[in-house]
Design a protein around this ligand. Structure first.
Ligand SMILES: NC(=O)C1=CN([C@@H]2O[C@H](COP(=O)(O)OP(=O)(O)OC[C@H]3O[C@@H](n4cnc5c(N)ncnc54)[C@H](OP(=O)(O)O)[C@@H]3O)[C@@H](O)[C@H]2O)C=CC1
Ligand SMILES: CC(=O)[C@@H](O)[C@H](O)COP(=O)(O)O
Ligand SMILES: [Mn+2]
Length: 399
């Protein structure tokens, strides 16, 4: 299904929408809960899922009166905090639990804000069940876009990632055949302008200081390596049915122009706003309506100059590698993503250097023969094998 078909058909929503928030304890998850609090008349949180943050899930379930809680990490089955859940709230565990709430009859909308490959279970289940899916988990689209997009129904898959929300909004009412190219904006991250020598000395503490966005640790490191932008190029490729090379990365350090679409007639539409993820989260939940903003309004007379520039793919090779993986297609983006997840964590834990992230991704891609994506179990296998390759590469190089 092309996302463009959704614009024609419109959507009807159950009122209040019964929302499942997966990854509820994270950066996107907590901001989603904030949006739900502000619009309690329209949004009812019926389920929350976390990995390890059991106490958080229990507190949220009590606050919102949830019918379901999922703890993805099964080692928490006997956690005493679960005893504080009301008897009416059902608890389940693991991937099975995620899949179950993403497809439950009494859930209308699923916010997939799980980080990493693990987000694919809920995304896949929600699409198969025909739920409205507010998709933050970019990794699963990168890895499994070939599997997921054919399951998406008109107007039922709304991106949450700020750039993709912007592109989506620019495309409402337009036709795929009129799109000339997409300008995907990129802050440049904390190391914008640095060369390889300087990059070889940067630390995780430095990388975790994003200049414009407050986000979870994994995506913040991805922003520093520009892997985030690489993942986003592939995310746009799948969501908007455009070739990888129609997505142009545009460095814009102010992060106020969230992305732009250029049409065949030379017209460019852009979406602007403050760097506050509650805006795209709320748009995904309110679409096709618009509700009162959750963020302070901007006085554009006071905004300093906007600047635009080109990304340096020689210094920040993760962007180049991700695009290569996207051009290769098939299972290559899955291998690339798995290697990045392993190396990103190793860098955060001080087990490797900044440039080793790129080297690990290159190594794993070099050892991968891409084949067409066929199934979730196949992707799980490629993911597991690539993680092993990445871990042993890091063991051998970063002692
Ligand atoms: N943060 C942002 O501003 C943006 C994020 N995104 C994307 O949204 C997704 C979430 O990012 P972000 O909120 O920053 O991440 P966080 O690390 O802040 O939160 C991740 C959430 O996922 C849960 N989680 C972790 N592992 C698993 C698992 N195996 N199964 C189920 N749940 C799990 C965590 O639970 P626990 O607390 O228990 O570990 C937590 O609730 C990512 O894909 C990211 O790329 C996209 C655009 C912007
Ligand atoms: C908020 C959001 O959507 C992030 O993906 C953001 O884009 C990260 O900033 P970078 O542009 O630095 O990757
Ligand atoms: Mn983004």
């Amino acid at each position: 299904m092309s996302i463009f078909e959704g614009f024609k058909s419109g959507v009807t929503r159950h009122e209040p929408q019964r929302v499942a928030v997966l990854g509820a304890s994270g950066s996107i998850g907590t901001q989603t809960l904030d949006v739900c609090r502000r619009h309690a008349d329209r949004l009812s949180v019926v389920a929350v899922a976390v990995n390890d943050s059991v106490s958080f899930a229990v507190k949220a379930a009590r606050e919102f009166g949830c019918a379901y809680v999922v703890i993805a990490n099964e080692t928490h089955r006997d956690d005493p905090a679960l005893a504080d859940l009301p008897a009416s709230c059902k608890v389940s565990f693991g991937q099975e639990g995620l899949t179950r709430i993403a497809s439950a009859d009494d859930v209308d909308s699923v916010v997939d804000a799980v980080v990493g490959f693990a987000g694919i279970y809920a995304g896949y289940a929600a699409l198969k069940a025909g739920k409205a899916l507010m998709y933050a988990n970019k990794e699963s689209l990168v890895v499994g876009g070939d599997l997921l997009m054919p399951l998406a129904r008109p107007g039922r898959l709304i991106p949450v990632d700020s750039e993709h929300s912007a592109i989506y909004q620019c495309l409402v009412g337009e036709h795929r055949s009129d799109v000339h190219r997409i300008w995907l904006t990129c802050s440049g991250g904390p190391f914008f302008g640095m060369g390889r020598e300087e990059l070889s000395h940067v630390t995780a503490a430095m990388a975790l200081k994003h200049p414009t966005w407050a986000m979870g640790a994994k995506i913040t490191i991805d922003s520093a390596t520009l892997m985030n932008k690489g993942l986003e190029v592939l995310e746009a490729h799948h969501l908007f049915d455009v070739p990888v090379d129609m997505v142009n990365v545009l460095v814009h350090p102010q992060s106020m122009v969230h992305s732009m679409v250029e049409f065949e007639d030379g017209v460019v539409k852009a979406q602007l706003g403050p760097s506050d993820m509650r805006i795209p989260i709320q748009y995904a939940l309110s679409y096709p309506e618009r509700w009162e903003t959750p963020a302070p309004r901007v006085d554009y007379c006071e905004v300093p100059d906007f600047t635009f520039g080109r990304a340096d793919e020689d210094a920040f090779g993760c962007l180049r590698l991700a695009k290569e993986a996207g051009r290769d297609g098939g299972t290559m983006p899955c291998a690339m993503n798995a290697a990045n997840e392993v190396a990103n964590l190793a860098f955060r834990q001080g087990r490797c250097g900044f440039l080793d992230v790129e080297a690990t991704v290159a190594h794993v891609m070099g050892k991968t023969d891409a084949v067409p994506v066929e199934s979730l179990p196949q992707l799980e296998e490629v993911d597991a094998r690539s993680r092993e390759l990445a871990a042993s590469y890091l063991d051998g190089t970063c002692r």
